[in-house]
Ligand binder design. Structure first.
Ligand code: COA
Ligand code: ZN
Length: 316
């Protein structure tokens, strides 16, 4: 059975986008539940400016409150040196740095040019050093930008290359606003894998245009084994017009289980965690499996069918 590595991003990519502030204790309780599900990684929170992302202004308290499980990596989003210092003080396993490969999206999300972002992130890599904390870089809008349009594969390869040279452990190719389509995903995934075989490569899809599961299959065909997804399908970038949720974790795991992949995850526990979300965020989530149940969650045969069957038998 091929092993895949699934990374939960609901409490960062998901919660950063929620209008109501989710209580710190509730965040901690949810993450503790997620820690029991079998994830490879959980992106707990982000150490951004509380003015920019007020929903995650309690990052320190959340990191201090959670009970960590062996075998699960706890990662956090870090935008700058200030964020790195705050995060290092909390004993993170990995810092997830972020910049966009599109100039207009980088400017609207991070209020800097890409070159300024790169310079800042190089400083962050320097602060984190070669110690026990790993560095991952999430590259936004890799498959298209809602302001610029298409992004050239060579641009993407160029940015991946610059971070690889800095010695980061991993890179995530993010389809921030659901512009990716399967053939594009397969081609770019292959190119990045071939060019940078030593990088831990993650694919990060949003389901904005309903293509996230199809894109996942395309990435699998290109040999990708690591995916971000979000409990309940929460998520979205507050600085990207029309952005919507990440690929839904339970929908993804349900499909991969049926196909015989080893995701490491216990789907029933993921579903139980997802069922808590509407109570936390005050609205329903786009989860399909929570609504429909698993494929073989069978329903009782209705009474009238029994009666009909008996009548047919009687007439025979
Ligand atoms: N943690 C806490 N506070 C921070 C911070 C950090 N990592 N980085 C900056 N700040 C504070 C500064 O202290 C300053 O506070 P003040 O106004 O009280 O003096 C304020 O934020 C502005 O700082 P500045 O250095 O001018 O940064 P900026 O306004 O250009 O913001 C970012 C830069 C990247 C920190 C900010 O835009 C941000 O956090 N954006 C969020 C990006 C994000 O997470 N997007 C979604 C994920 S893809
Ligand atoms: Zn995202």
């Amino acid at each position: 059975m091929k092993r895949l590595y699934l990374q939960e991003v609901a409490t960062r990519d998901g919660f950063q986008n929620e209008k109501t502030f989710i209580d710190t204790e509730q965040k901690i309780a949810l993450i503790d539940k997620l820690s029991q599900c079998g994830y490879a990684k959980i992106e707990v929170t982000s150490f951004t400016s509380p003015k920019a992302i007020p929903a995650l202004r309690d990052a320190e308290a959340v990191m201090a409150g959670i009970q960590r499980q062996k075998g699960v990596e706890y990662t956090v989003l870090v935008p700058n040196v200030r964020g790195a210092e705050r995060a290092l003080g909390c004993g993170i396993d990995e810092a997830n740095l972020v910049m966009s490969v599109s100039e207009p999206h980088n400017r609207s999300n991070l209020r800097m040019t890409r070159e300024q972002s790169f310079a800042q992130l190089r400083d962050v890599v320097g602060v984190i050093g070669r110690g026990p904390v790993a560095v991952n870089v999430s590259l936004s809008t890799v498959f298209g930008c809602p302001m610029q349009g298409d992004v050239a594969a060579d641009d993407v390869l160029g940015w991946v290359g610059r971070f690889a040279e800095l010695g980061v452990r991993g890179v995530t190719l993010c389809d921030t606003t659901g512009m990716a389509y399967p053939t594009q995903v397969e081609a770019l995934s292959r190119q990045v894998r071939e060019r940078f075989p030593e990088l831990q490569l993650t694919l990060h899809f949003h389901n904005t245009r309903g293509m996230a599961l199809a894109n996942t299959l395309a990435a699998l065909q290109a040999g990708i084994d690591r995916f971000d997804a979000s409990l309940g399908g929460l998520g979205g970038c507050p600085y990207a017009p029309g952005a919507s949720g990440n690929v839904c974790m339970e929908d993804l795991v349900h499909m991969l289980d049926l196909m015989g992949y080893d995701t490491g995850l216990q789907l029933d526990r993921v579903l139980a965690a997802s069922a808590r979300l509407p109570g936390l965020i005050g609205h329903a989530t786009p989860s399909q499996i929570l609504k429909a149940g698993k494929r073989l969650d069978l329903h009782p045969i209705p009474e009238h069918v029994h009666t009909l069957t008996q009548q047919v038998a009687h007439h025979d």
